[in-house]
Design a binder for this molecule. Structure first.
Ligand code: SAJ
Length: 454
């Protein structure tokens, strides 16, 4: 008997999941993607058997081509295939707005569409990250109201989150354990059957709310740990010592794994999931412990402050050397939020540029950014180039914001000849202070004191 699957949302999560499932014997998958100016090409592209992602995604080109050629996978903007679906996966974006409130427009719209067409016995799986409580209070309500069916009796609803990372989309689905939070045994069994076909690691069963909490807390944990590292970096700067040396000494203990400070925390997950956690807490609990909940917002605000600290480090050099932040060229090295990727979502570099532009809006400053991976069409805050020489020539200050592999191999002697003023602000522990200063740069690093003698 063929198993019919619908995956709604053809993005970073939906495409790898849909195509992996379509590669299973007797599984037939329809991807649903709303047509918009930005996404229409993707539907046609996928239907031609082409992988739409530009970054390196090992195995995905072949997989997409194979499942389309074998007639196992197609993409449409219509919901008609939902009526025959045994499984429906929801993989839509769930961002937060400026007030840190989740924007569920897509999630609600998709749930409504599904509710109009879904058949009895279907298993709906929510894979998008949501505020704890959302599966039961938002998705279940919409599905039941729209379909007239009852969860656990007429259909099943499961929350099972993705743990993806651009560059390793297939690997992380296949080789990471999968948490399954169904509302009842039948729901969990159905989800186990599906994921068991593609996931090679443990399938861990829990209830829906616990699964939602697991996802948000997993990323809040990482964010809080990075905030701790950032706080220790600020403290160590004032002690005139190097936090990275200290982290190495700590992590040499095999059971310690301190995170690393830097010029900020970007990406789609860590900047959002802690807020989803707090939103769920405020909305779906009685909040008896509210006064004690401080670490998450404090961590978020410290991590958000780090780009401004980069600006402060720069200003301290200009102040101490009696230079004016005027008539200068500022070069930012690294635009993606993470090393060796082209992903610019919530990149800290953007906040550094914004802070500089707002502080020095009436000053005569040339800004240029360099990134070996990011395409200039994906970036419009300032001029962006892949030409390193163009970016650094005649620069008055170099702000290293992303630790791309290329930056570790820079010939610093040659670099010194190209710049107009030799100032480096290192936000990612790329360089050795002593070495850089010996070559003649004025140098500041997030997490290392600058006073002499050392
Ligand atoms: N960062 C630091 N210090 C660190 C680690 C990271 O400042 O010690 C910064 C990075 O520079 C970046 C941001 O934090 O700007 C996020 O980095 P990340 O390595 O956590 O990368 P993400 O956002 O791609 O996180 C993903 C997460 N995946 C999902 O939510 C689906 C996260 O759960 C994973 O733990 C992480 O990848 C990973 O370990 O690869």
């Amino acid at each position: 008997m063929p198993t019919n699957i619908v995956v709604v949302g053809m993005g970073y999560v939906g495409i790898p999941m849909a195509t992996l499932l379509a590669d299973v014997d007797d599984f037939y998958v329809t991807g649903i993607q709303r047509r918009s100016q930005r996404s229409s090409w993707k539907i046609d592209w996928l239907n031609r058997g082409l992988n739409p992602f530009e970054g390196e995604e090992p195995g995905l080109d072949e997989l997409v081509a194979r499942v389309v050629k074998n007639g196992k996978f197609k993409v449409t903007d219509k919901y008609s295939d939902v009526k025959n679906a045994d499984y429906i996966l929801i993989d839509v974006q769930t961002p937060v707005d400026d007030q840190k409130t989740p924007r569920y427009e897509s999630l609600k719209e998709v749930s409504q569409q599904i509710s109009k067409h879904m058949k009895k016995g279907v298993t709906v799986i929510l894979e998008s990250t949501v505020a704890p409580g959302t599966t039961d209070n938002v998705v279940q309500t919409i599905l039941e109201e729209g379909s007239g069916l009852k969860r656990g009796r007429d259909f099943y609803l499961v929350f099972s989150f993705e743990r993806l990372m651009p560059g390793k989309l297939l690997e992380y689905i296949i080789n990471f354990p999968r948490v399954i939070g169904g509302g009842c045994k039948e729901a969990n069994d159905k989800a186990m059957y599906l994921y068991g076909k593609v996931v090679k690691k443990e399938l861990q069963i829990t209830d829906t709310l616990t699964a939602e909490l697991t996802k948000c807390i997993e990323n809040a944990y990482r964010d809080v740990n990075i905030a701790f590292a950032n706080e220790m970096a600020l403290l160590t700067e004032d002690f005139n010592r190097n936090i990275f040396e200290i982290i190495e000494l700590i992590n040499h203990r095999h059971d310690r794994m301190m995170h690393y400070p830097g010029s900020g925390v970007g990406g789609h997950c860590l900047t959002k999931d802690p807020w989803l956690l707090l939103y769920g807490f405020n909305k779906y609990t009685e909040r008896t412990n509210e006064s004690k909940i401080k670490i998450i917002p404090d961590s978020r605000s410290l991590n958000d402050y780090m780009p401004y600290h980069m600006v402060e480090l720069m200003e301290s050099i200009f102040r101490e050397s009696h230079r004016l932040v005027d008539n200068i060229k500022i070069t930012l090295l690294g635009v993606s939020y993470k090393a060796n990727t082209d992903d610019t979502r919530n990149t800290p570099t953007e906040n550094i540029i914004r802070a500089l532009k707002s502080r020095y809006h009436s000053h005569n400053i040339i800004y240029i950014a360099h990134d070996p991976h990011v395409k200039s069409r994906d970036y419009n805050l300032t001029e962006l180039t892949k030409d390193f020489d163009k970016a650094v020539t005649d620069a008055d200050v170099l702000l290293f914001t992303t630790n791309h592999r290329e930056y570790y191999n820079i010939d610093l002697v040659d670099l010194k000849k190209k710049v107009r003023t030799p100032i480096i602000i290192d936000g990612r522990n790329i360089f050795d202070k002593k070495l850089v200063e010996e070559i003649g740069f004025i140098y500041r690093k997030v997490g290392e004191g600058s006073k002499k003698p050392y």
